[in-house]
Design a protein around this ligand. Structure first.
Ligand code: NAD
Length: 244
């Protein structure tokens, strides 16, 4: 298993779902983990549910200066930042004719701007040590498109290109940047999709089921650690073979 002893990791949106599973997976491998959530109490409760060297902090990823301040504080307190997982994200469905401006703002503000803020702040903290690994959360929907999810799909295509572009910039500093592109994973985010849609997705998934947050977390942990030391700029599907 990936050994992350002595490493310091940040996971945004770590109060539930894939973020919480990732914080746990990184901690299980020996990392010191700071997970964040919009609500401080929930972030602290999530950290306590994992235990060990995991702490919870409040963070709104759409706020660039808050992200920058939090990442600087984490790097100062722990002396380094080795791993950053830009996981925080939101999904709201709407057919194209029904998309309101505020929905577009929310999708782009959290999924795109929030990811860029996190990657930027993490890269600044990692550059001095000329080492680090950043993982961002794209989606199969961003690679293929999905009816009723235009704004989300656009935001996740952008996230994939944050990874591809920053990998090109940051390689010279020893920083790797990769994305995972999950298929349909059983979390609060997909709970609203309804039985008919979920059954249709399962039917189009060769492995014949939805994925779990732990299955995504283990791939993120692989990309975060030294076993993926020559992997950068990749968008890795974790989707059971789903064909959209
Ligand atoms: P989730 O809704 O269960 O959790 C999302 C987390 O992000 C929560 O902790 C939430 O509080 C946090 N968050 C949302 N907006 C935020 C903001 N502005 N600032 C700070 N934190 C914020 O979702 P999930 O299913 O665990 O998804 C995690 C990531 O994986 C997201 O980026 C999502 O788009 C992506 N993803 C999920 C699936 C899936 O099927 N669940 C598929 C593809 C991609």
């Amino acid at each position: 298993m990936t050994d992350l002893a002595g490493r310091v990791a940040l996971v945004t949106g770590g109060t539930r779902g894939i973020g919480l599973a990732t914080a746990r997976a990184l901690a299980d491998a020996g990392a010191t983990v700071v997970l964040t959530g919009r609500d401080e109490t929930r972030a602290k409760e999530a950290a306590a549910s994992i235990g060990g060297a995991v702490t919870g902090r409040a963070l709104e990823v759409g706020d660039a200066s808050a992200v920058s301040a939090l990442v600087r504080a984490v790097a100062k307190e722990h002396g380094r930042l080795d791993i950053a997982v830009a996981n925080a994200g939101v999904l709201e469905d709407a057919l194209v004719g029904m998309i309101r401006e505020d929905l577009v703002d929310r999708m782009l503000g959290t999924n795109v701007a929030g990811t860029i803020h996190t990657v930027q702040a993490a890269a600044r903290a990692m550059m001095r040590r000329k080492a680090g690994s950043i993982v961002v959360l794209a989606s199969i929907v961003g690679e293929r498109g999905s009816a009723g999810q235009t704004a989300y799909a656009a935001s996740k295509a952008a996230v994939a290109n944050v990874a591809r572009s920053t990998a090109k910039e940051l390689g010279r500093y020893g920083i790797r940047v990769n994305a995972v592109a999950p298929g349909v994973i059983e979390t609060d985010m997909t709970a609203h999709l309804g039985e008919r849609v979920l059954a249709d997705r399962v039917e189009h998934t060769p492995l014949g089921r939805l994925g779990t947050a732990d299955e995504v977390a283990r791939v993120i942990r692989f990309l975060a650690g030294d076993e993926a030391s020559f992997v950068t700029g990749q968008v890795l599907g974790v989707d059971g073979g789903l064909v959209l």
